[in-house]
Design a protein around this ligand. Structure first.
Ligand SMILES: Cc1cc2nc3c(=O)[nH]c(=O)nc-3n(C[C@H](O)[C@H](O)[C@H](O)COP(=O)(O)OP(=O)(O)OC[C@H]3O[C@@H](n4cnc5c(N)ncnc54)[C@H](O)[C@@H]3O)c2cc1C
Length: 567
């Protein structure tokens, strides 16, 4: 398989490429896969790890954006719902239909304000009542009428609601439940897209920890952030997919742009079994006292709570502040007043900056989430065009990538060969359609590799059909019997070696924060970090000094960026 080493060799030996993509978040990865599929020679670089920017900070939802209906963003909602449905089909190992419940406290409120807001006559929302929510949900369902990917919305009376959700605020007058989708591991979808592209051939190359930092006019200067080595590459065109860093990247390419308005949002992950049991498999999606739409959502055996919306123009050092934590705890108490919630139940927190299309409004919540592609034509000190991607949602990455790829193909004088609409992602390929097919798939691997059936099932639950590659790797490459980690019986040494060798792990934090959910779900300890540092370090040839530095780094990142204090 291709790897970072191959990409670095490519950079050392070759000086030109058709398309250089700067930024390996979900949008850069989506464009990379689409261009690779069309046979275009393409290089993807990210200054840090893939999916370590905004794409690591989402609410884990593939959604149409119910609330954008009020802003009149109908085409965005229609597109996002279509993409949500495609994701459920193409990445069934990570994206699942999610019953989403709205607790309602008023019958008629918002009926007047919503149309005025839609007409742009006011900018303020008031609490949405049952009738307004009914109108919104009917419209939302109408966008997905032709497919039956998710069920339609329904309402429950006060007594039905309180019987299903006994901890719910008793002032509720009814609840409405509609469907969106949850994405268990957005960062894994991103790396699997990149791996899929690499499997399409050597014309696609990708390297994390390589930053774009300058231009000579015809070439872009890149730096290996792990070694300091620099390279120049002459692209026919550049795709700037650097999210909230897009203006900084353009400036480094001598283009002074002001395309982005940053909007910071945070989440916390809480270990509270009382609420986790109370919400079942439902997300609670509701309006907080300040009018913001917020969520309390199941994620594995924990709950995810978010999100805030604050003006932020520096995406480099964001983290969840004590004020945001107070805000989240208060909103949980508003919805589940009888629950025992406290800050010491927080196992993880994370923040990111939405790269919204530039707006003068300081109310980031009302800035459209629609995406745009800005074309900077050659001239002004550069010989190549730059396509800069702004706005958008994680959910719509595929359609955005399709648009950018079409524009890119046009500029290169090529035509689209294949569509990505029905292209499965990573372990979503040949995914079993029912329990019988799943059993057959698992039995075949057990038979072929002689591994423990329970272990194979664990791998399947974690990686979908990619479990076959993980199992085959362990079978062929791990000479001694593969053993469970001492500090986490759910993972084996061979699996960690697979992730390191095949999924671009170069820092300990890549593994702990993005290839696995270990940190996010609060499953991390100093003992586990040390154990993983030996497995990853042996694979990457770390010196004892590097290994210790990696341990210190990951402990510091966990403490300062994710509020995880390890003793
Ligand atoms: C709090 C929050 C919640 C959200 N929830 C959802 C949700 O539930 N569903 C949804 O659909 N959307 C959601 N979004 C929106 C979604 O996360 C973003 O639209 C999407 O992740 C943007 O991806 P991106 O690839 O454009 O940017 P990023 O993921 O930020 O990727 C940009 C990459 O560029 C790299 N880079 C920067 N500078 C350079 C350089 N000089 N050289 C090389 N690389 C560079 C960075 O390291 C980074 O990895 C949410 C956003 C936030 C902040």
């Amino acid at each position: 398989m291709n790897s970072r080493h191959t990409a670095i060799e490519f950079l050392r030996s070759k000086s030109s490429v058709s398309v250089l993509i700067i930024g390996g978040g979900i949008n850069g990865a989506g464009v990379f896969r689409d261009l690779a599929l069309q046979g275009i020679d393409v290089l993807l670089v990210d200054k840090a790890d893939f999916s370590s920017g905004t794409s690591a900070a989402t609410s884990h939802m593939a959604h149409g954006g119910l609330r954008y209906l009020e802003n009149g963003d109908f085409s965005l909602v229609r597109e996002a719902i279509r993409e949500r449905n495609l994701l459920i089909e193409n990445a069934p190992h990570y994206v699942h239909p999610l019953p989403t419940t709205i607790p309602i406290f008023k019958w008629y409120s918002g009926l007047l304000n919503a149309p005025l807001k839609f007409l742009g006559l006011i900018n303020k929302t008031v609490e949405r009542g049952a009738f307004l929510i009914k109108i919104g949900l009917s419209l939302y369902d109408s966008f997905t009428r032709s497919t039956e990917t998710v069920p339609r919305h329904s309402f429950m009376s006060k007594s039905e609601s309180l019987s299903q959700f006994p901890l719910l605020n008793p002032n509720v007058i009814c609840t409405a439940t509609y469907y969106d989708a949850s994405i268990l591991a957005p960062e894994r979808v991103c790396i699997e897209l990149i791996c899929d592209a690499l499997e399409m051939g050597n014309h696609a190359q990708a390297a994390n920890y390589v930053s774009a930092f300058g231009t000579s006019g015809e070439a872009v200067t890149l730096r290996d952030e792990l070694t300091g080595e620099t390279y120049t590459v002459k692209p026919k065109l550049v795709v700037n997919a650097s999210g909230p860093w897009m203006d900084q990247v353009n400036r480094s390419l001598k283009q002074d742009t002001a395309l982005v308005s940053g909007s910071k949002g945070s989440h916390i992950v809480i270990d509270n079994q009382q609420i986790r049991t109370a919400i079942g498999d439902h997300e609670f999606f509701f309006e907080n006292d300040d009018g913001r739409i917020v969520l309390i959502c199941p994620i594995a055996d924990k709950i995810l709570v978010g999100t805030s919306e604050l003006v932020c123009d520096d995406p480099n050092h964001v983290c969840c502040t004590p004020e945001e934590i107070d805000y989240f705890i208060a909103m949980i108490m508003k919805m589940f007043p009888q629950a025992n919630v406290s800050k010491d139940q927080i196992v993880f927190s994370f923040s990111g900056v939405r790269p919204l299309v530039f707006s003068k409004s300081s109310d980031r919540g009302n800035v459209s989430r629609d995406h745009r592609v800005f074309l900077l034509t050659p001239g002004n000190g550069i010989d190549y065009p730059i396509y800069t991607l702004a706005g958008g949602k994680w959910t719509t990455f595929r359609s955005l990538a399709e648009k950018v790829t079409d524009q890119t193909l046009h500029a290169l004088g090529r035509i689209r060969q294949y569509s990505t609409s029905n292209l499965s992602i990573g372990g979503g390929k040949d995914y079993p359609k029912n329990i019988e097919e799943e059993k057959l798939f698992l039995d075949n691997i057990v038979l072929e590799m002689g591994l423990d059936p329970q272990r194979i099932k664990e791998l399947f639950d974690r990686y979908g059909t990619r479990a076959a590659s993980v199992a085959s790797f362990i079978f062929k490459e791990i000479e001694d019997n593969d053993s469970c980690l001492d500090n986490h019986v759910g993972y084996s040494r061979g699996e960690i070696v697979f992730l390191t060798r095949c999924e671009y792990v170069f820092r300990l934090e890549d593994l702990i924060l993005r290839r696995t959910l270990l940190a996010m779900l609060g499953d991390i300890s100093v003992g586990l970090i040390v154990e993983l540092s030996y497995v990853v370090g042996d694979e990457l040839g770390w010196s004892e000094n590097t290994r210790k530095q990696e341990i210190d780094n990951v402990i510091s990142v966990l403490a300062h960026k994710h509020g995880v204090k390890l003793s």
